[in-house]
Design a protein around this ligand. Structure first.
Ligand SMILES: *[C@@H]1O[C@H](CO)[C@@H](O)[C@H](O)[C@H]1NC(C)=O
Ligand SMILES: *[C@@H]1O[C@H](CO)[C@@H](O)[C@H](O)[C@H]1NC(C)=O
Ligand SMILES: *[C@@H]1O[C@H](CO)[C@@H](O)[C@H](O)[C@H]1NC(C)=O
Ligand SMILES: *[C@@H]1O[C@H](CO)[C@@H](O)[C@H](O)[C@H]1NC(C)=O
Ligand SMILES: *[C@@H]1O[C@H](CO)[C@@H](O)[C@H](O)[C@H]1NC(C)=O
Length: 397
């Protein structure tokens, strides 16, 4: 299989971020059986995007079913923009790698937000506990190859990209990336949905899963779809730059309309810095109609046998309708319902993190969520051996 990487090492400066990072573009040869959505036209205007949202949010409807004319194998060679980080002065012992898959509205910088000198960085936090990280822009998004928004950039093909990146990393065939002894997959939102699906399709690629901003409930998806007030990425004016929309995205790549809708989708009022909301809006990334139509139809059960951790902000709108502790069934919380997806998991725990919306990493208390996640992983023995001793004395970051 063809492999080529174009890399660039950099030592990140900064007081907190004692890290060495390697940016590389990785070529992957992948294919998947995608949906062919030829019964609807790709939305071209902002008002077409509204029509799409209305069709998607309809009670009792299923836009995927309505648009689908069949399935076809789609694939080729694509570029994926990646970032690998390790602790500065990293010892040469074995290490556990966390592979980070971002959600809709963001790119890989969700995990390493530069805002306030990386004060919110998940990457910095986990490096301090001895892990290495590998993040990437999902296929179609950011600096990774863009594609047809309806029939190409769908969950199915993106999951193959995640699986292929994981194989390359595990076999140590990516230039600049040290071969890990264990791999933990960490997702956010749609990135968590892809992580679950990957574990169902290829259960041996992962040693543990962390699903952030995720639940098995799709009851609140219409609230998310309506709340975004979708516009075309290439017509929507980024704040502060009214004359430069995003020309590299074709029609059918949609963004939330403005800072108000960004707040609605991702934030819990009173629990974040207004400056980071502006940052999120200025750097917002699109989602494709193909992605939106393939969020369901993914595997609903996984035979994965490792440990699984789920964590949601209590006020998550997309996956809990704004109240993750509220349930009408017997489960302890909405995220606790994910347990049913993993009947063979060696360990399962679900946690509701207070005073936080869907975009966990952008809230004041984000590092306390990072601690919850990594305390769980540590308790499962998923920690770099060279760091075990230090980590035991380093629980209050
Ligand atoms: C690596 O990528 C990050 C964003 O993911 C960027 O902020 C940084 O400047 C890049 N570093 C280099 C050396 O290109
Ligand atoms: C990937 O990016 C490199 C460098 O920009 C470019 O030469 C190459 O053609 C790209 N490959 C694909 C599959 O887009
Ligand atoms: C950094 O984050 C902590 C919480 O993790 C917060 O208390 C502090 O105000 C933040 N500082 C800055 C400069 O953002
Ligand atoms: C909608 O239809 C698609 C295609 O038939 C199917 O895979 C998916 O499970 C359906 N979604 C729901 C929520 O029923
Ligand atoms: C911060 O998060 C931790 C872990 O979820 C929680 O125990 C604590 O109450 C939170 N603090 C606030 C102010 O929400």
């Amino acid at each position: 299989m063809h492999t080529s990487t174009i890399g660039l090492w950099a030592l990140a400066a900064g007081i907190v971020s004692a890290k060495s990072c390697f940016n590389a573009t990785v070529e992957v040869d992948i294919s998947a059986r995608n949906g062919v959505f030829d019964k609807i036209k790709t939305p071209e205007t902002n008002l077409d995007a509204t029509t799409f949202a209305l069709a998607s949010a309809k009670t009792g409807g299923n836009i995927t079913e309505e648009a689908l004319s069949g399935y076809a194998t789609v694939g080729g060679r694509y570029n994926i923009s990646t970032q690998y980080c390790m602790p500065k002065n990293s010892e040469s012992g074995s290490h556990t790698l966390q592979i980070l898959t971002h959600g809709m509205g963001f790119d890989k910088s969700y995990w390493d937000l530069p805002y306030h000198n990386f004060n919110y960085s998940y990457v910095d936090y986990v490096l301090s506990r001895g892990y290495h990280t590998f993040s990437y822009d999902r296929l179609g998004i950011g600096k990774s190859t863009h594609g047809d928004a309806k029939n190409e950039i769908q969950s199915f093909l993106e999951i193959e990209a995640l699986a292929e990146l994981t194989r390359k990393v595990r076999e140590g065939s990516l230039e600049g990336v040290k071969k890990p002894s264990k791999v933990v997959h960490v997702g956010h939102s749609f990135g968590s949905a892809q992580t679950v699906a990957m574990s169902a399709m290829y259960p041996d690629l992962s040693d543990a899963l962390v699903l952030t901003g995720f639940s098995a409930s799709i009851a609140s998806m219409p609230v998310f779809l309506a709340g975004a007030n979708f516009q075309q990425a290439n017509l929507n004016h980024p704040p502060g730059c009214p004359s430069t929309p995003r020309p590299s995205y074709s029609s059918g790549y949609l963004v939330n309309s403005d800072i108000g809708t960004n707040k609605f989708l991702f934030f819990c009022p009173g629990n974040f810095d207004e400056g980071i909301l502006s940052y999120a809006e200025q750097n917002k990334q699109p989602m494709t109609v193909g992605e939106l139509m393939t969020m369901t139809g993914l595997p609903t059960s996984s035979a994965f046998t490792g440990a699984v951790y789920v964590i949601d902000g209590e006020n998550d709108i997309a996956f809990c309708g704004g109240a993750c502790s509220y349930t009408t069934d017997s489960s302890a919380s909405i995220p606790a319902g994910v347990k049913a997806v993993f009947p063979k998991a060696s360990a399962f725990s679900a946690y509701v993190h207070p005073n936080t919306g869907h975009g966990i990493n952008l809230h004041y208390n984000s590092t306390a969520a990072y601690k919850q996640i990594n305390d769980f992983l540590g308790a499962q023995g998923l920690i770099s051996e060279s760091h075990e001793h230090e980590a035991r004395h380093h629980h209050d970051f």
